[in-house]
Design a protein around this ligand. Sequence first.
Ligand code: NI
Ligand code: MN
Length: 228
Amino acid sequence: MKITYLSHAAFLIETAGHKILIDPFLTHNPLAPCGPGDITADFILVSHAHGDHIGDAIPIAQRCNAPIVALSDLAAWFRTKGVTTIPVYPGTVFDMPFGRLRITPSVHGNTLTDGSAVTIMGQPAGFVIYSEGKTLYHPGDTGITAELRLIGELAAPLDVALLPIGGTYTMNIDDALKAIEMLNPRLTLPMHYNTFDNIPADPGVFVARAAANGRSARVIAIGETIAV
Ligand code: NI
Ligand code: MN
């Protein structure tokens, strides 16, 4: 399984011959290492309706003929934009060509802004990917919540957790360290920090504090690919 960090909460996961793109916020993202035209995907996972997570999902889905996986309310909106979707529900797991996909609840908002229309889209989601004998958890945006302990059990042994550390909208460093204790991942990669002025965090501090707790975390640089 290969993991490429595209900044913010955007990742490209390459596994079992498939490319899984998560929360592809590139246009209007000051840290993006590339544009939407530089990315190809077989599946696009969108955790929730905020603009920094929908990002460029629609044009990439159209160009690559890739379905968008999203909770059913958000998936219905995506279909009005002419893209194919796989509508899903929190607390479910199902088979995919790359393995299995589990849909997890997140603690966050989920308001969709489409032009002048503002719609509350229900619950935000996260994802556990089970593929090639590995498991990877992308929580979307979430605050600290007791759900993480159950997610860690359902994903066990969890190989990789991608955890937000920027605070304001999500967990900060302190709470992401608590999340590691609940999830028990082999490796944690920090995300969702420093994209905007109001989510500042030092990922080196996060990694050092995780290490002091006996936990393995590392900074994945923007544009970097690591194999797990
Ligand atoms: Ni959000
Ligand atoms: Mn966000």
